[in-house]
Write a protein that binds this ligand. Sequence first.
Ligand SMILES: Cc1cc2nc3c(=O)[nH]c(=O)nc-3n(C[C@H](O)[C@H](O)[C@H](O)COP(=O)(O)OP(=O)(O)OC[C@H]3O[C@@H](n4cnc5c(N)ncnc54)[C@H](O)[C@@H]3O)c2cc1C
Length: 417
Amino acid sequence: MSKRIVIIGGGVIGLCVAHYALRRGHRVTVLERGAADHDSCSLGNAGMIVPSHFTPLAAPGMVALGLKWMWNPESPFYVKPRLSWELASWGVKFWRAATPEHVRRAAPLIRDLSFASRACFEELAALPGFDFGLKKRGLLMLFKTARTLHEEAHMAAQARALGIPAEVLDAQAVAALEPGVRMEIAGAVLFPQDCHLAPHRFMKDLQRAVSSAGGEIVFDSEVTGWRFDSRKIFAAQTAHGEIDGDEFVLCGGAWSANIARELRLALPMQAGKGYSLTLPQPRQLPRHCAIFAEARVAVTPMASALRFGGTMEIAGLNERIDPRRVRGIIQAVPRYFPEFSPDDFAGLHPWSGLRPCSPDGLPYVGRTRAYENLTLATGHAMMGLSLGPITGQLIAEIVSGEKPAHDLALLDPDRYA
Ligand SMILES: Cc1cc2nc3c(=O)[nH]c(=O)nc-3n(C[C@H](O)[C@H](O)[C@H](O)COP(=O)(O)OP(=O)(O)OC[C@H]3O[C@@H](n4cnc5c(N)ncnc54)[C@H](O)[C@@H]3O)c2cc1C
């Protein structure tokens, strides 16, 4: 049965939900607060599709790392100390979740969703109207020290045990893969199943596909409230009036908890700010996307440009740029790619985006039991682009009344209720 689906938020998750819901014959309206040319976390990210990222952010060692780096504003992971009940409660939940048992339970699901999403990207790339520069060349996790080699080799072994191919390479083997880039590294782990793409092109293609399939994307439409009773949502309220529907899907990224506040859902969420800088004419252009392992900086070729992205800054719901954190990214680049210099970045305007972060590092995907027609698709943190298409497909199955193709118990949006 065709339903009227109202999607709140036009980031990659909202648009993927729209695309797959339209493919199942539903009528779709996306309400997006921003203008048609608005920016969002989905545009300036590193563009990586990452089966290699099978551990959630809440993993053993992350709390200690966060505490260590708390005192260094140029570090890759930074929690800005502030008096906030929500932050404190999120922090406690994060600490509780960061156990080996959580990683053991979550990794197979993340792996399955990542591979399923990768297959969706391959399918989308073959559709007419989609041309987002998908490159299936793998990801290089570059490291400089013997200690990181040890850690990354252990990670690679864990990946292989889960069925995710991973190969440890010495510096010579990496140089053979990237003959055009001089690197100062000890080696790398190659994850051959990872891919990269140009996220702004993917977003454009999705917008066009949604519109041409009859979906409506209403820009400048901030959802400011709801009409609802104790069991059901009737309409989303915007400055232009109420939008009613049969089903509502919340895809508001880092703002989701705020948007849902009136509905009294327990949806712990913090914004994890990250930055990126894109060199339009880099000195050297790698063929693979890569991560500088010690510095936690992502590097992605996008056509002839090269994007560097990184940092996770838990500092509230704002997109203000902290130059110290941008400096942390810029200074890491010549340590791995010595042909580059901090001067290469002079005059570039850094981009910032807010990752929606749940405390256990897993997204909220599924129906809430609080309302019979409200579904959530948010909290994807560092993997929102990567998991976008499979999330869209799962939500389309759910709103169509079908059993989702994956067991989503771990992603239950009511798990903190
Ligand atoms: C530096 C950096 C690098 C990254 N690299 C990668 C990567 O390589 N691979 C990967 O998979 N992920 C990556 N990510 C993460 C990824 O970008 C996010 O997980 C993803 O974009 C989240 O998508 P979203 O649709 O949930 O949120 P968003 O893109 O933030 O979209 C939410 C939308 O909701 C709208 N909205 C908010 N409030 C309202 C309201 N009240 N009414 C209507 N609309 C509203 C917003 O305007 C926004 O457009 C990276 C992130 C950063 C910061």
